[in-house]
Design a protein around this ligand. Sequence first.
Ligand code: HEM
Length: 131
Amino acid sequence: DIVPLNLAHSTTAEIQLGGYVIPAGTDILANFTAILNDPKHFPEPEKFRPERHLDERGDFVQNEALIPFSIGRRVCLGEALARVELFIFFTGILQNFDIRLPDGVTDPSMDGTHGFIWMANPYLLHCVARQ
Ligand code: HEM
């Protein structure tokens, strides 16, 4: 959940959606936070549980509600680059460090600050360089 209300869009023509009539020229913000934290699609969304996205073989499970980059014609143009960057940064960190929660901490913090983006609040991790 990185861009909580997506980018602003507006209707170019009157449309009907979910029983509502939305006039042309209406500003539209999609509530991605609600979608990406919907317990119907992500049980106990407030819990840090990355394995929710993997099957028993460790392969990624597609989920139609997992849309941090949006969907449709205006989907993030940088999605492929962002995915590769995240993969390289994250695997680089995991290859070089064992990461644990600090002593006395049982759950990773999911606290963040809402703005144009959802930003994680500062948190502590115990990182030990791998030999
Ligand atoms: C984790 C990283 C990123 C996330 C979660 C993200 C998410 C998004 C979202 C939600 C949108 C709005 C889509 C819409 O209007 O429906 C967007 C648009 C866009 N993003 Fe990203 N983005 C990321 C990284 C990047 C990067 C690295 C680039 C470029 C190098 C990029 C370039 C763009 C551009 C150009 C648009 C506008 C596309 C358009 O309106 O046609 N994004 N992004």
